[in-house]
Design a protein around this ligand. Structure first.
Ligand code: 5GP
Length: 251
């Protein structure tokens, strides 16, 4: 069998040339990294869970008209996606204070924000993905004003969709990061949601107990990462519900 051409290997995924022009195979690894790869481990099964969860979220977004790169899942660890040119920004949407926002502004983790706050970081591992303003983005030509309008609208639509999905299963969407890609259709370019949406890139807290069900479990040594991700997948119906008693039929 011919070997596939590897295009790029990142911290959590490998990209291979896809079977048709304009496509890419995205392979989810079990590697977990945090703090700009200062903390590393291999977590059995993480890649399988993120492949399924990202498929679930991207499919839902496609269905409500939010364009994403997702085409179809190929197997346990791989999905076929549209090739796109990644905008060099991490788009972060926050509903509650946590992580770097809490540190930077001295706001207690878990404080509800007056409205969703969107932040932009410049994608550069060597610099630790620094926070940037729209001034930097415009001045350095990373995205146009029209792109920024579209990116904001996509980010807020993803936030509404994800918040609702999570609320329905008793999980609070604290914050998340997405990446945006450009695709060219004839003379036009379109922006689509790319990369992945998974507990690696979101903060997810159980609404009742506050238990963390996301990558902070790894970052902060809070227990088993696969147990946390499996819990999210089980609640969303992405994994078969094992050990769940059958409902009792009355009459
Ligand atoms: P913070 O800025 O508080 O570290 O992160 C905000 C949100 O964006 C969190 O949900 C976090 O998981 C996500 N995030 C920020 N940077 C990255 C990144 O480089 N990779 C991933 N997977 N998620 C990130």
């Amino acid at each position: 069998m011919a070997r596939r051409k590897k295009i790029y290997e990142g911290k959590a995924k490998i990209l291979y040339e896809g079977p048709e022009p304009g496509t890419i195979v995205q392979y989810f690894k079990d590697d977990a990294t945090a703090f700009n790869a200062e903390k590393k481990d291999v977590i059995d099964g993480k890649g399988v869970l993120n492949n399924r969860l990202s498929e679930f979220f991207m499919t839902g977004l496609n269905q409500i008209g939010v364009p994403t790169h997702f085409i179809r899942r190929l197997n346990m660890r791989e999905q076929l996606v549209r090739n796109c040119e990644i905008v060099p920004l991490e788009i972060i949407v926050r509903n509650y204070a946590a992580g770097t926002m809490s540190k930077r502004l001295g706001i207690a983790e878990g404080t509800q924000l007056p409205r969703p706050i969107v932040e932009y970081c410049y994608k550069d591992d060597a610099l630790g993905d620094p926070l940037v303003t729209e001034e930097h983005i415009a001045a350095f030509g990373w995205a146009s004003q029209q792109d920024m309008d579209d990116i904001l609208s996509l980010a807020l639509r993803v936030n509404d969709f994800m918040s609702g999905m999570m609320l329905a299963v008793g999980i609070r969407l604290v914050d998340f990061k997405i990446e945006i890609g450009r695709v060219f259709e004839g003379d036009f370019q379109r922006l689509i949601v790319a990369d992945e949406i998974s507990p690696d890139s979101c903060r997810l807290w159980d609404i009742e107990t506050g238990q963390k069900l996301d990558k902070d479990v790894f970052r902060r040594d809070l227990g088993s990462l696969t147990d946390a991700y499996s819990e999210v997948a089980r609640r969303l119906g992405v994994l078969p519900k094992s050990n769940v008693a059958k409902p009792t039929l009355i009459n």
